[in-house]
Design a protein around this ligand. Structure first.
Ligand code: TYM
Length: 334
């Protein structure tokens, strides 16, 4: 079966987009828009699965939109919109709530991580979050989904939902089985304070991450303070893999200097950590600072950002309504 390729991905507007979002997802979004039809969504309904201050949420929806634009997404090439403005996402999510199985959701490790030790107190929305994510993707019959490694399990669930829907309603091939596009080298950027944890917005210490809006001084300070050790940088991959913080710095360095890890390791082997830190800080300042400045500039023109979202919503709605109509028909809704 030959199906038209379509890219869909989403980012939660929960503030402080960081280097992990940038290297693991946003940069890939930008390169995919060159050759493919792409839809990029600010997933505000996902954000409210944990409580968001309404004023901050509004601001964060615009700031995430600004971050999309600042990293190079072009609203004339890609559809950019916010999830809650196309109500078909919620409607398809409900239908998927009835297709997806409790046993499948019980296996989701991200729910376990986010709900923490007291699951009884987690919102129901947080539990069924992956069903909404499947609805986001399948509402457009997207075939490719660029994400970081942390979203792999959710993508597998989307494929299971697509397959079960196609079986249950006897419509083989109706939903494509979406493929994750996970970058090989930099699928998981780790915390600068603990190389075994992923870099995340919710980590308490701001020193654990480089935010896209950090000033040059902050970037330099954070890289300088990044956890390392008193030994020199190993000269082989096997030893490097035993040092998660060093591996993380090398991985980031290889990504931003556009060389592979082996080459980066050759360049850095036997050197003090201060050497890689100083080079990495320079590279990150020249790559991230202009993005941060552009985000701030765009945030001074909220009317423009709202207009981008409105146009994107119009385009997304046409596709969404058409597909939802067909889904309703398959399910037997009048
Ligand atoms: P979110 O908002 O947590 O993250 C946005 C994107 O950034 C990636 N990412 C990372 N990549 C590498 N290293 C890291 N430390 C790191 N941290 C975050 C994420 O993998 C993601 O690609 N559930 C999704 C949002 C979503 C979605 C969708 C994605 C909703 N619907 C449909 C794809 C398709 C999420 O919470 O991403």
């Amino acid at each position: 079966m030959s199906e038209k390729k379509l890219v869909f991905s989403g980012v939660q507007p929960t503030g402080n987009l960081h280097l992990g979002n940038y290297l693991g997802a946003l940069k890939n979004f930008v390169s995919l828009q060159k050759n493919m039809d792409c839809i990029y969504c600010v997933v505000d309904l996902h954000a409210i699965t944990t409580f968001q201050n309404p004023k901050e949420l509004k601001n964060n929806i615009l700031e995430t939109t600004a971050s999309f634009l600042a990293t190079g997404l072009d609203p004339n090439k890609s559809i950019i919109f916010n999830q809650s403005s196309v109500s078909a996402h919620s409607e398809l999510a409900w239908i998927f709530n009835c297709v997806s199985r409790v046993g499948w959701l019980n296996r989701m490790t991200q729910f376990k991580d986010k709900a923490g030790s007291d699951k009884e107190k987690a919102s129901v929305g947080l539990y069924i979050y992956p069903n909404l994510m499947a609805a986001d993707i399948l509402l457009y019959k997207a075939t490719h989904v660029p994400v970081g490694a942390d979203q792999k399990q959710h993508l597998e669930l989307s494929r299971d939902i697509a397959q079960k829907f196609n079986n249950d309603f006897n419509c083989k091939g109706f939903f494509p089985l979406p493929e994750p596009l996970i970058l090989k080298n930099i699928s998981r950027v780790m915390s600068l304070r603990d190389g075994t944890k992923k870099m995340s917005k919710s980590e308490e210490s701001d020193y654990s991450r480089i935010n896209l809006k950090d000033s040059a001084d902050e970037i330099v300070k954070k890289i300088k303070k990044a956890k390392s050790d008193s030994e020199s940088i190993p000269d082989n991959l096997k030893s490097l893999e035993k040092k998660p913080e060093a591996l993380n710095l090398l991985n980031i360095y290889s990504e931003v200097s556009k060389i592979n890890l082996e080459k980066a390791l050759k360049e850095m082997a036997g050197k003090e950590y201060s050497f890689i830190k100083s080079k990495l800080a320079d590279l990150l300042v020249s790559e991230i600072s202009p993005v941060g400045k552009e985000i701030n500039k765009l945030m001074n023109d909220k009317a423009y950002l709202l207009q981008i979202l409105k146009k994107g919503t119009e385009k997304a709605s046409i596709k969404a309504e058409e597909n939802l109509k067909n889904v309703r028909e398959k399910v037997g809704l009048i």
